[in-house]
Design a protein around this ligand. Structure first.
Ligand code: MOS
Length: 738
């Protein structure tokens, strides 16, 4: 053991990244490569009457203009389904460049392929389309008539009913009942969606900026009628995803089709504006939360209902009722959500999907109830902390939310807070403090891994997982270093290649536990091989029983005598082995069937509000998290910080504005879609309880998404405390406070 786990380690690929030696998808400069650029629709619904590509085709450097009239056949494939384990990554069922139909504003209608990027972009502007436009529905307006319940949500029941909510609400000593809304939001990963594809006969190789290379491989194989073995997808480095790169958006297959058509490698990189049109987004939500409590603040009724949108080509329900399933003990519960099918692009997962907008509504409502009751909001939550999972009735595997609040309250100085709104100020700024709960469920997916010990005594760990910047390569390195007793520099993590062992989608905060458990199993299998080699032959450990040996200091050693053993390089040399390797394949695991596994946290926010201008500045933020065991503190801290920063954006600025008349995104760029910059981000503190989950492999529950959850409510609750104004409609922009 080298005890690498739990020690602060800089990311192992950090040097490659900051020196520019990490090669990202659009940076593969293949010989004879051509550049593709998309032409998008300018109407939301209808049919192409004419698509004039003459001028574009005649423009300098243009190789071809691909349209529905000449594109290769791309078969319909099944849209990504979280309830099956071998799903592809298809994002939408509507045909792209196969018919003249238009299903959303911004749907790809043509692909221009040219010798240079500039020539492709220029020629794309020369394509002229004429549409027979049909009336389209592009916003949630009229949702009451159009909404319908999804069959299930991620395989879970779409509706939860317990007891009699209406009667309990009517009989409650205190109640609140309000509507909350969250806007459409885009992921805005810094690395654009990009694909580089080339064909070698009927062998296809694709670099794609993806969170799910095996899903992309499945989808492309089905679309182009190829066996899986003929498709290789690679994403060794991904510059951010946040859920937006979980699926294969139309640009991926279009790049592959273009490469087939021109018989050359093709690169297709989306512009920032195009990423607002056709690579997914978080659905807007219209939610309503009613809470009833007795005079002691014990919840008697909890109702959480509302609407989100989906598209013609997929059925996606932003699962905003999920937090209410696990956070509070309450006998009378009604959770219902409906979706509205619109003529829009397909919505998808975005960091803390469901839990981020859901905790905004639920945790704002809890704060409102605390004021109704005159009970401190932390105390109110403690009084409603469930003993067992309120939904399933299963025991929690490990849950320490009350402790997170206690520690956070100490760190933040919560006892000094005067609960009265507008009671605190700093010069002309009104000051407010708010809290909210964070929560994100535990997921685990099937995964495979291979660990190799090489003749020079170094190790390689291989799994086809993706690292979008969250530290996956680092965590994998730590696990192997720990098990094999190697220094970190002697372990190399290989990722992001479908030629490596299978890994599922890098989503659901599940990569560490999913791939990590496979790596751990492979390490254990490798260990038994190494021990067997050590005791066989005439090495220094001949005939020593396994129980008396351990792996450390880059070799096999006697537990009882730190000097007595054999270095790996010597061990492999003695047996004339180039490599000793072991592979493990792990399944999703049964732990979730027997236990309720949920990570939780306590978010504390201090805001300063300018009473004349309505400007909100977050001046302090603290998140205290119970995410199980933390394997890599430094990259984990970055994950929590990143989640909180994204939550601040959600609270105060992020909003995609859609023109209700035609479905056009009005602000498709970072100049108008605002995300937090350094000046918007205060000194954020994060703390974690680091209590290993006894049911989770490695004790870890995953931490990628929990950071964002609860943040917007903590900000809104702090704004209320500062100003006495309750904003139930995100983002909290100055005009809403004036
Ligand atoms: Mo996360 S939104 O499940 O990539």
């Amino acid at each position: 053991m080298s005890n690498a786990i739990g020690k602060p380690t800089s990311r192992v690929d950090g040097r490659l990244k900051v020196t520019g030696r990490a090669v990202y998808t659009a940076e593969h400069h293949l010989a004879n490569i051509a550049y593709a650029h998309l032409v998008l629709s300018s109407v939301s619904k209808g049919r192409l009457l004419a698509l004039d590509t003459t001028a574009a085709a005649a423009a300098p450097g243009v190789i071809t203009v691909m349209t529905h009239l000449n594109a290769p056949l791309m078969a319909a494939t099944q849209v990504f389904d979280t309830t099956t384990e071998t799903s592809g990554a298809e994002s939408t069922s509507v045909p792209i460049l196969q018919t003249d139909r238009v299903y959303w504003h911004g749907q790809p209608m043509a692909v221009v392929v040219a010798e240079t990027l500039e020539q492709a972009q220029y020629a794309a502007g020369l394509v002229r389309a004429e549409y027979a436009e049909e009336p389209a529905r592009v916003t949630l307006r009229g949702k009451e008539d159009q909404g319908f319940p999804p069959e299930n949500i991620l395989g879970a029941a779409a509706e939860i009913h317990r007891g009699d909510v209406d009667a309990a609400l009517a009989a409650s000593a205190a109640r609140v009942d309000h509507e909350y809304s969250t806007p459409l939001e885009h992921h805005n990963a810094i690395e654009p969606h990009a694909t580089t594809a080339f064909w070698d006969g009927d062998q296809l190789t694709v670099y794609d900026s993806s969170q799910y290379i095996f899903g992309v491989r499945q989808t492309l194989a089905e679309k182009f009628g190829l066996p899986l073995s003929h498709v290789r997808v690679l994403a060794p480095f991904v510059g951010g995803g946040f859920g937006g790169k979980g699926l294969a958006w139309p640009n991926v297959a279009l790049c592959v089709a273009a490469a087939r058509m021109v018989g050359r490698p093709v690169k297709l990189s989306l512009t920032r504006a195009q990423m607002f049109a056709c690579t997914g987004y978080r659905s807007p939500t219209e939610q309503r939360v009613a809470l009833g409590a007795d005079s002691q603040g014990r919840l008697t009724a909890l109702r959480h209902t509302g609407y989100s949108q989906t598209s013609t080509g997929n059925t996606f329900a932003e699962m905003f009722t999920f937090p209410a399933r696990h956070l509070y003990a309450c006998p009378n519960v009604r959770l219902e959500q409906k979706i509205v099918r619109l003529d829009v692009a397909a919505p998808t997962f975005m960091r803390g999907p469901g839990e981020a907008p859901g905790t905004f509504a639920l945790e704002s409502a809890l704060d409102e109830l605390a004021y109704e009751l005159g009970i401190d909001p932390i105390e109110l939550r403690a009084r409603n902390e469930p003993e067992r999972d309120p939904d399933s009735g299963r025991p929690f595997s490990s849950r320490h939310l009350t402790e997170a609040y206690r520690i956070g309250a100490d760190m933040f100085g919560w006892s000094r807070r005067d609960p009265k709104p507008r009671s605190m100020s700093d010069g002309r700024w009104l000051v407010g403090w708010g809290v909210a709960s964070a929560m994100y469920p535990y997921y685990r997916f099937p995964a495979s891994a291979r660990v190799k010990l090489l003749a020079d005594g170094s190790a390689q760990v291989e799994t086809g997982a993706q690292d979008m910047g969250m530290g996956t390569a680092t965590v994998h390195t730590l696990i192997v270093a720990d098990h094999l007793g190697l220094p970190l520099a002697k372990v190399r993590a290989r990722l992001g290649d479908t030629d490596l062992p299978f890994a599922a989608i890098a989503a659901g905060s599940a990569t560490t536990v999913s791939a990590g458990s496979a790596i751990e199993s492979a390490c254990l299998a490798l260990k038994s091989q190494l021990l067997a080699l050590a005791r066989s032959g005439d090495g220094p450990l001949r005939e020593v029983p396994d129980a008396e040996m351990e792996l450390r200091d880059s070799g096999v050693y006697l537990k009882a005598d730190s000097q007595h053993g054999e270095a790996y390089a010597a061990l492999l040399a003695r047996h004339r082995r180039e490599c000793v390797e072991a592979r493990a394949d792990t399944q999703a695991g049964d732990e979730m069937k027997n236990f309720s596994m949920v990570s939780t946290g306590a978010q504390f926010c201090e805001v300063r509000v300018d009473p004349d201008l309505g400007e909100v500045r977050v001046s302090r933020f603290l998140g205290v998290f119970d995410g199980g065991r933390i394997l890599s503190p430094k990259t984990a801290r970055s994950q929590f910080l990143g989640g909180i920063v994204m939550g601040l954006g959600m609270a105060l600025m992020e909003e995609t504005v859609v023109d209700a008349r035609n479905g056009r995104v009005v602000n498709p760029g970072l100049a108008e879609y605002l995300v937090p910059v350094h000046a918007d981000v205060p000194a954020i503190e994060v703390h974690w309880l680091d209590k290993p989950d006894p049911q989770a492999p490695l004790g870890a529950r995953g931490i990628g998404e929990i950071g964002i959850t609860g943040v917007a409510a903590a900000v809104a609750n702090a704004v209320y405390h500062a100003t006495g104004r309750r904003i139930r409609d995100l983002p909290i922009t100055p005009e809403k406070l004036l």
